[in-house]
Design a protein around this ligand. Structure first.
Ligand code: HEM
Length: 403
């Protein structure tokens, strides 16, 4: 450790606090870490273990793009809560090749641009209905409850091919699993019940295939060397990965827009800017707040530091996305920004599989919302909004809006 590492003014535990006055910006300490200690040892406050904290864009890309950094929970040094249950079969987000490649490859055709385009009319229809239902109510209305939570849940049921009569059960279940304020034992119970349900559903789809993702996985799985248990695990992963992230991206992104009304006006005046606007909101409001965790499987030198085999690493994508050496005036929400890849969807082997689908949902939300409810605004001052401090996924618990 060199002298710069013993800087008492910088926090020595992770995660760090945001400035309460700037809930839409990451913790202010990140800027100083990028400048002074871009790759540094830090203590995780949930288990007391030490890991490398990585805050700069270039170093984030190097590590996420290097397969010597493992995503497997069981790799020595992986930063995990001591009490965390190891992920079950099929949870390939927490696996390394060759298992990761085997499962991801089987799922890949389901998330192509062509497939998402085929889903777009259904997504647009769901968003229009949710927004119109919201507009027909007497404000204030909680946008999280009316739109941000039901949308991704409805899209996933559509994608997987969950029968209509079971969709209510599905929505209730996803709400519990995705809500970190619920007692963990209850969440585990609900997740186990869901696995039992999905197991039956996958068996039913295998017996009588339809035109949906689960049926196609059922048809493909034997040739791909994938078990039914793994297909159930994949379905659960899709629910978890594609629910809380989207819901909070809608929540945090909508607050960012409402706090920058000139950006809403810009978007309404030129709807062709929508894709660039969505991309910029995803960069600016990086909801993967905790960062991406890895463990080194070999000694690797990054940014002049030697990361040793068995060391844990946390790549703070929320910091990399505000790196001033890559993004000019990174704290500004700027739809005309010269496009540059951000890391909100990760990078490398594990880059988000649902990113095209995510963009389609967010485009539908931010075009429909301000078209149908042009006078939309926060119903309370922004500093009274309940932001999700201390959660793995950042966003808002509730978002009371009026018009
Ligand atoms: C705004 C919404 C979303 C955000 C911010 C997001 C973010 C991410 C990030 C950062 C990763 C990489 C994790 C890592 O490297 O450790 C990831 C992986 C993944 N995401 Fe997303 N995601 C979103 C939506 C979705 C949706 C809608 C789906 C599917 C329904 C999805 C499915 C997945 C899957 C399956 C992986 C694992 C990929 C792999 O390990 O190879 N995500 N996501």
């Amino acid at each position: 450790m060199d002298a710069a590492d013993i800087d008492a003014r910088l926090p020595d535990t992770y995660p760090m606090e945001r400035a309460k006055a700037c809930p839409l910006d990451p913790p202010p300490a990140y800027g100083r870490f990028r400048a002074e200690r871009p790759i540094t040892r830090i203590t995780l406050d949930f288990d007391g273990g030490e890991v490398w904290l990585v805050t700069r864009y270039e170093d984030a890309r190097t590590i996420l793009g290097d397969p010597r950094f493992s995503s497997d929970f069981s790799t020595p040094g992986f930063p995990a809560r001591l009490t965390a249950r190891p992920p079950g079969p099929g949870t390939f987000i927490r696996m390394d090749p060759p298992d990761h490649s085997r499962l991801r490859r089987m799922l890949q055709p389901e998330f192509t641009r062509r497939r998402v385009e085929a889903l777009r009319p259904a997504i647009d229809g769901i968003v229009t209905k949710l927004v119109d239902d919201m507009a027909s109510r007497t404000p204030p209305v909680d946008l999280v409850d009316a739109l941000a939570l039901p949308l991704p849940s409805m899209v996933i049921t559509e994608l997987l091919g969950v029968p209509y009569e079971d969709r209510e059960y599905f929505h209730e279940t996803t709400k519990v699993i995705g809500n970190q304020s619920v007692d963990p034992r209850r969440r585990i119970q609900v997740r186990d019940d869901l696995k039992t349900y999905l197991d039956k559903l996958v068996a039913a789809k295998e017996a009588e295939p339809a035109d949906d993702l689960l049926s196609r996985l059922g048809e493909r799985r034997e040739a791909a060397g994938v078990s039914r248990e793994e297909v159930v695990g994949i379905a659960t992963l899709l629910m978890v990965a594609g629910y809380e992230t989207i819901a909070n991206q809608i929540g945090a992104g909508t607050v960012a827009l409402l706090e920058n009304p000139e950006r809403i006006a810009e978007l309404r005046a030129d709807p062709a800017k929508l894709p660039a606007a969505v991309e910029e909101i995803i960069r600016h409001q990086t909801v993967i707040d905790y960062g991406l965790r890895r463990a080194a499987t070999a000694d690797v030198e990054v940014g002049g530091r030697l990361i040793r085999k068995g060391d844990g690493v946390v790549v703070v994508v929320a910091s990399a996305n505000r790196d001033e050496s890559v993004f000019e005036c990174p704290d500004r929400l700027d739809f005309d920004r010269e496009q540059h890849d951000h890391f909100s969807f990760g990078y490398g082997l594990h880059q988000c599989m649902g990113q095209i689908l995510a963009r389609a949902q967010l485009e539908a939300v931010w075009s429909t919302l301000f078209d149908r409810i042009p006078g939309l605004r926060l119903a309370i001052p922004v500093d009274e909004v309940k932001f999700r401090f201390d959660m793995f996924v950042y966003g808002v618990h509730e978002l009371p809006v009026t018009w």
